[in-house]
Design a protein around this ligand. Structure first.
Ligand SMILES: Cc1cc2nc3c(=O)[nH]c(=O)nc-3n(C[C@H](O)[C@H](O)[C@H](O)COP(=O)(O)OP(=O)(O)OC[C@H]3O[C@@H](n4cnc5c(N)ncnc54)[C@H](O)[C@@H]3O)c2cc1C
Length: 181
């Protein structure tokens, strides 16, 4: 028998409360004022309409959100800047990494440690005082992680290689919600 709409709404509200209580970041659903802003990215052709957006405040938030999505049978997509969205999100959960902005450069090791929402412009600014430069692409507003996951073929690739060739370590959340290196 089909579930009555009022029961569905009560269940959705209860699920949302559970998620909000477990996260440090914000949760948005379609009726919230911040919902459209939390879905928006660079590419306006992709109008995302997820059932829920998690504005992650850290890796633990991402892991919690992924485990929740698995339990609730929600599909998951990730967005940092929206430069390469690959089509609109329709339903499910969108994990937005925009708030994750930590960047540090170790000039001795010539490495940068960047959080999931960082754009290349911030890495350039952190590296330049040390006489270093990252292997970014043609646009400095593209996100470091999305760019690198695609290989990262920038203007300096013929001389120094692709960005993905130089990755030393990745901290990631698996599809089961485990945080691994
Ligand atoms: C103006 C412009 C110039 C460009 N120049 C270059 C270039 O010179 N060289 C080049 O190689 N590419 C270039 N690109 C392509 C760009 O690298 C890709 O579109 C890249 O995927 C954008 O990453 P993003 O994180 O900014 O975008 P997003 O749309 O936020 O993410 C892109 C993809 O990566 C996934 N993703 C992002 N973050 C994560 C994460 N933390 N975990 C898992 N998945 C994640 C998203 O789900 C999505 O599928 C350019 C794009 C633009 C718009």
């Amino acid at each position: 028998m089909t579930e009555p709409m009022i029961t569905q709404m009560a269940r959705a509200n209860s699920q949302r409360s559970t998620l909000e209580a477990a996260l440090h970041g914000d949760v948005f659903t379609p009726d919230d004022d911040g919902y459209r802003g939390s879905c928006a990215g660079f590419n306006l052709a992709a109008a995302h309409r997820p059932d829920v957006v998690v504005a992650a405040a850290g890796a633990v938030d991402v892991a919690t959100a992924i485990r929740y999505a698995a339990d609730a049978d929600l599909t998951v997509r990730v967005q940092a800047t929206g430069h390469g969205p690959g089509g609109p999100v329709d339903g499910g959960m969108l994990v937005n990494t925009r708030a994750l902005q930590r960047v540090s450069v170790d000039p001795e090791r010539r490495t940068a440690h960047v959080a999931a929402g960082v754009r290349w412009t911030d890495v350039i600014q952190a590296a330049a005082p040390h006489g270093l430069a990252p292997l970014n692409g043609s646009s400095v507003t593209v996100g470091v992680v999305g760019y690198t996951l695609g290989g990262g073929m920038g203007p300096m690739a013929r001389t120094f290689g692709f960005a993905a060739d130089h990755v030393r370590r990745i901290e990631m959340v698996t599809a089961t919600g485990d945080l691994v290196r």
